[in-house]
Design a protein around this ligand. Structure first.
Ligand code: HEM
Length: 407
């Protein structure tokens, strides 16, 4: 990152679940380096924890102002929240907030446990080795969000390949990504119409799309906004959690002593999951670009009105000013103010649900299959490339078969 020409960003993805190597250098140098984004825009990179939080909570940085210059095939219209500013963002977020509270997530926990149990029942009947991503982590996260949205079970396998394309940066062509967005948009427009017909016939269900359609008129989102939410929540809800859960599973597979501690002490699971969130780098694109709407001082740099900044939450999660020994995985880290779920008004809507899913999913694996082991050397695992969300292509595992399991 020396010389005068801005270097291209995003940087090459880091090894396994770690962030790009360049982030460490960014944290150690003053100022905000200039990079070139994939759409040709120049941007300043923000890596330090305090400054990342400052960008994410300062109204003088606008996402909507950047939205007209999309970096990948995804269009701003396909996202209800991530690329909007107040008051549009506030109105939309308020309409769905009630469905993603800590209380709701607690109420969903028994159901999540049952879901994990059913998937593991099925997994145990398969011939080994089994790919944990396709047999457990992804279906677990996919079923959780589609159940909330009221997507019929038979439609889920059709939606999964669409989401793969929608969440692509470079893995699929622009045409393939655009076609997947159209198809998912049409699918959710159809589902919204079906739910409206059910409400009109007095047969309303209890899914999220129905709740949004039946909201008091003054707060109700438009039909189009609700359809966009359907596709957006599907994307945001399962790609992230399914991949993060696979990374959590890999972490314990590589560290049997940690697995044993987490099995023996249920209270150790929540802090360990927080550290897994801090330690792994899920967002392959770095972060959402923001445009300064006026001059703003960020640390020692004066960001000029019109300049683009990219706050890097994965870099902030390794800031030595905040985390002691940041490159070390410390499952019982006491202070862990990570920003893996973002910060400020765009703080992850699904964070409570995601935490519940990660704790339930990892806990179920640890207890149900205590002798689970990697079926290939860790160095042979293949990581996803060219996608918004990082993760493993496959996670092949084995376990000893117990013939006479007590009933
Ligand atoms: C391990 C799992 C997850 C991680 C690490 C994660 C991470 C994040 C991050 C970093 C952001 C902020 C991005 C930004 O600033 O633009 C975000 C936003 C969001 N997340 Fe999550 N997420 C996870 C799971 C979920 C789930 C289960 C849902 C459920 C529906 C969800 C829905 C959303 C939505 C709708 C937003 C946009 C919020 C807004 O712009 O107001 N996420 N997530």
């Amino acid at each position: 990152m020396t010389g005068t020409a801005p270097c291209p960003f995003p940087f090459p993805e880091g090894p396994d679940a770690r962030p790009p190597r360049e982030y460490e250098e960014l944290l150690g140098r003053p100022g905000l380096p200039l990079v070139m984004l994939s759409n040709g825009s120049e941007a300043l990179l923000v890596a330090r924890h305090a400054e990342v939080k400052a960008v994410l909570s300062d109204d003088r940085f606008s996402r909507a102002s950047f939205a007209g210059r999309p970096m990948f095939a995804r269009t701003p219209e396909s996202l209800a929240l991530a690329t909007s500013d107040p008051p549009v963002h506030t109105r939309r977020r308020r309409a769905v907030l009630h469905a993603f509270t800590a209380r709701r997530a607690r109420r969903q926990t028994p159901w999540l446990r049952a879901l994990a149990g059913d998937l593991l029942d099925e997994l145990e009947t398969r011939a080994q080795p089994v790919d944990l991503v396709n047999a457990f982590t992804v279906p677990f996260a996919l079923n959780a969000i589609t159940e909330m949205l009221g997507v019929p079970a038979d439609d889920r396998s059709q939606l999964r390949p669409l989401v793969d394309r929608m969440m692509s940066t470079t893995r699929f062509t622009r045409e393939e990504v655009a076609a997947a967005h159209r198809e998912a948009g049409d699918y959710f427009a159809g589902l919204v119409a079906a739910r409206e017909a059910e409400i009109a016939a007095g047969e309303a269900g209890d899914d999220l799309l129905t709740e949004l359609l039946a909201a008091p008129e003054a707060e109700r989102l438009s039909r189009e906004e609700i359809a966009v939410f359907g596709a957006g929540l599907l994307m945001a809800g399962y790609e992230t959690t399914g991949n993060q859960l696979a990374i959590c599973a890999l972490t314990v597979l590589l560290d049997p002593a940690l697995a044993g501690r987490l099995r023996a002490d249920p209270d150790a699971l929540a802090p360990a999951v927080e550290e897994m969130l801090r330690w792994s780098s899920l967002v392959a694109t770095g972060g959402a670009p923001h445009v300064a709407t006026e001059d703003v001082r960020l640390g020692e740099t004066l960001v000029r009105a019109g300049q683009v900044v990219v706050p890097l939450t994965d870099a902030a999660n390794r800031d030595p000013a905040v985390f002691a020994d940041p490159g070390r995985f410390v499952p019982d880290r006491e202070e862990n103010p990570h920003v893996a779920f973002g910060h400020g008004r765009h703080f992850c809507l699904g964070a409570h649900l995601a935490r519940a899913e990660l704790q339930v999913g990892l806990g179920a694996l640890l207890h149900r299959l205590p002798d689970l082991a990697l079926a290939v050397p860790a160095g042979e695992l293949v990581w996803r490339r060219g996608m918004f969300i990082r993760g493993l292509m496959e996670l092949p595992v084995r376990w000893p078969v117990v013939r006479d399991r007590p009933v």
